[in-house]
Write a protein of this length. Structure first.
Length: 489
């Protein structure tokens, strides 16, 4: 099969990689290696492939057509729907395609393209001139079209090409479960457990993927993992190869004692919501109930997150004083003794013969979170912004979060620490159980019934000045921006 890439736009990150990097790290599956190995194979050998970039398509003005090196049919871990990927161009070797498909748990077909029947559309992504991924989404439900388009274009940086069922206005879409914001939950300790440090001896825990309960307790006893998984939905990932091999260090009492301490620290954190046999679809990579040494289930990149050899600051953090003494800036995993935690993970990497320089080129954890932090807004178009009468106008559909910020303010992303940057002038939220709001229905400084003013905490926001520029940031939901632009009031 030949493929003409002229409609594609360059993208450093595919839809699958972007979503997986977001959903699979910082408390759920914190191994980007599991994603990259199971996605586009971009760490594999890009040598000799079966594609031929020499052919020309006369109907397209001489643009080269590329061969499909192979395809992979699989079930999306995010939508649970059927998908298929065409790996296109000489930049893909057959070994790359096979490795990528194995990581997805799919069925590879070398030299064959994806089935083109019953298709919602295709997310077209170009990593290089000769290295293309075409993600085929199957189905017949038009209500799924908006989510596919949004995920492809906003998170993946790709081009969505709809089939007939998705042509026309795709509607607002939902992009999956609504993000449930963190709340602080206080409850009596379980029978037999000591009094908590909260009011009247209660145990107080943030229901957040970045949070921990009190040391020595189990997070899922004091907070809802369903809430946590709404904030960064998990998906099952098998442990690293060789995870079940005996580890002679388990005969060393000092090592085992330190390993047990690490396990207790992780049990108190929201990591248990995904890294446990109690997770709805099974564990996500390493898991705490694993026999032997559960460190064997980690990918090297996950250990590098624990050692802080790969940055994970895009996930945000709580101040230890608000998080039962747990900190996750020194190590990527929360701990009441963060230096001790970091040093343990450094030791695990050294045991595998790895050094910090091995991870110098590994991208920071967070995928689209990192991309959104680095995003530089351009000028508003099509009348977007705050009008003279205060009406706020945006494009992209209905929204749950609306920000007006000073120009130069950081891009707001996810709570707990990165959703209200310095320079925020006004922010309003729609409760997660309520319907989102449409453009033109809100005026600056006025809070309609049913909405919440998140900033300032009380009173009206600072007035806008005619002739001055401001930053409008509107999101369909947390980490789902639909308008990011600078306007002049």
């Amino acid at each position: 099969m030949r493929f003409n890439p002229r409609t594609l736009r360059s993208s450093p990150l595919s839809f699958g990689v972007a979503i997986a990097a977001l959903l699979s790290t910082g408390g759920c599956s914190d191994e980007p290696g599991a994603v990259s190995e199971g996605d586009t194979g971009d760490t594999g050998d890009t040598g000799e492939g079966s594609g031929d970039t020499g052919a020309l398509d006369e109907s397209s003005g001489g643009e080269p057509e590329l061969d499909v090196v192979g395809s992979c049919a699989y079930v999306s871990p995010f939508t649970q729907g059927d998908e298929c990927r065409d790996y296109i161009g000489a930049g893909w070797a057959e070994a790359d395609v096979t490795a990528a498909c194995d990581g997805l748990g799919g069925a590879v077909a070398l030299g064959e393209a994806c089935d083109d029947t019953g298709v919602l559309g295709r997310c077209q992504l170009q990593e290089a001139d000769d290295r293309i991924v075409d993600i085929v989404a199957y189905g017949d439900d038009p209500s799924a079209c908006a989510d596919q388009k949004f995920g492809c274009e906003t998170f993946g940086g790709g081009t969505w090409e709809p089939e007939a069922v998705c042509e026309g206005d795709p509607g607002g879409g939902s992009t999956g479960p609504v993000f449930i914001p963190p709340t602080l939950e206080c409850q009596d300790p379980l029978p037999g457990e000591p009094p908590g440090a909260g009011p009247d001896g209660q145990v107080c825990t943030w229901q957040s993927i970045s949070a921990s309960t009190e040391e020595g307790r189990l997070f899922s006893d004091y907070a809802s993992c369903d809430v946590v998984r709404s904030q960064r939905p998990y998906y099952p990932v098998p442990p690293a190869e060789g995870w079940d091999q005996p580890d002679p260090r388990m005969d060393d009492p000092a090592y085992v004692a330190e390993l047990d301490w690490v396990k207790e620290q992780l049990r108190a954190s929201a990591c248990v919501c995904c890294h446990s046999t109690e997770a709805p679809l099974g564990p996500s990579n390493w898991y705490l109930e694993q026999e032997g040494n559960f460190m064997g289930g980690f990918f090297d990149t996950g250990l590098a997150m624990g050692s802080n050899w790969v940055d994970s600051s895009a996930f945000g953090h709580y101040d230890p004083a608000d998080n039962n003494g747990f900190e996750r800036e020194t190590s990527g995993f929360p701990s009441t003794e963060p230096t001790r935690m970091r040093d343990f993970f450094i030791g695990e990497l050294e045991h595998r013969g790895r050094v910090e320089a091995d991870f110098a080129d590994v991208e920071p954890f967070g995928g689209p979170l990192v991309d959104q932090l680095a995003y530089e807004p351009g000028p508003c178009e099509s009348g977007e912004g705050v009008r003279r009468d205060g009406t706020i106008v945006w494009e992209g559909g209905e929204a749950r979060y609306v920000y007006v910020l000073d120009v130069g303010a950081a891009n707001p992303i996810a709570p707990p620490s990165l959703d209200l940057p310095d320079g925020t002038r006004w922010r309003i939220d729609v409760h997660y159980t309520d319907d989102p709001i449409a453009s033109g229905t809100v005026q600056y400084g006025e809070v309609p019934g049913g909405l919440t003013q998140a900033f300032p905490e009380a009173g009206p926001p600072a007035s806008l000045v005619a002739g001055e520029s401001y930053y409008l940031y509107v999101t369909r939901d947390v980490v789902q921006p639909i308008t990011r632009c600078v306007f002049t009031y």
